[in-house]
Design a protein around this ligand. Sequence first.
Ligand code: ADP
Ligand code: MG
Length: 352
Amino acid sequence: MSDFLRKHAYLIIISLVLLSGGILLLARTSGGIQQLSGYTMGTTYHIQIVDMPTALSSEEIATDVSALLLALDIRIFSTYAADSELSRFNKQPLNQPFAASSELLAVLTLAREIAELSDGAFDVTVGGLVNLWGFGPSLQVPGDEFPQQREIDSLLQSVGYELLKIDQARAEITRGAEFYVDLSGIAKGYAVDQLAAYFDGLGVENYFLEIGGELKIKGEKPGAISWVPAIETPLDSTPQIYEVFSTNGAEIAVAGSGDYRNYFEVDGLRYSHEIDPRNGRPVSHSLAAVYVIDDSAARADALATAYMVLGLEAARELAQATAQAAYFIYTSDGVEFRDYVTPEFTDYLRTD
Ligand code: ADP
Ligand code: MG
């Protein structure tokens, strides 16, 4: 096993043990909560429902949930499944319209919005470079075979969110260049939103939904106790709580992005899985993790990745200008963590 593979195997085990990426749920309640968990989109999911709907049994809910997630993953968004809708689109000849499902269309439309907002820092056409650096479906080994500048330059030529045409009226999408779309920075959040819509439709008022660290939280725990998610210290060791916050009954989505779990190291330099579309390289800066609160988990997910790519200064400016609830953890000396929290996020920090 190469160092790279060993690192990834280790990371996979870690994430299975952690059961989430960055957010931990504090004070698991034993009584009155129905829990459901499993695997999807290359990670785990955890669902907690307080008020069970009367219309369906827990078995029926479990069946619905796994069917919903399976469809979103294998049938639509997966780049691991050769026959998913996204994989088929990635093989579509240039300039030939491709009939897209409403789910793919919705995610690509939101991805474009965040791309425009972040001046291209979030760009789903960056997938070729994600793959080149070994973070895609095929396990390449950058530690053994480091990407050459000419390979980076060549792939960069076809990166550009504006080259992916979206025709809303016809529900068609078109590849305007030989890019490879990777939706890993937004699809988990979207799936969380879909789960939330499913439970909302059943009339469930209190839930905690999580896929790979992207969350949607509504209502309260039994006994009118607020859900208390915790932000994890951005280290790839045993999980430690960095900060807890409280939803106070609000319905919110939370997503995180960080450089501390999915990365590899060569010669002491850390290469994380967020790729900067401006230079085609893994981001490398003082920002260690970002957490975003929003109404939509898909939006929070994409924004967190966008901030991570932008780096502390530009991300902080953007979050301030757009009044986004965001929590940045950075390090100025590589040892001690510091944080910057926008006022909109401060509202959720616990005061007791
Ligand atoms: P996680 O998947 O751990 O939640 P993120 O939400 O930050 O982390 O998503 C990172 C993933 O997004 C990468 O693994 C890659 O597949 C994809 N990605 C990397 N760089 C970008 C980018 N600049 N824009 C959009 N997606 C990206
Ligand atoms: Mg993300």
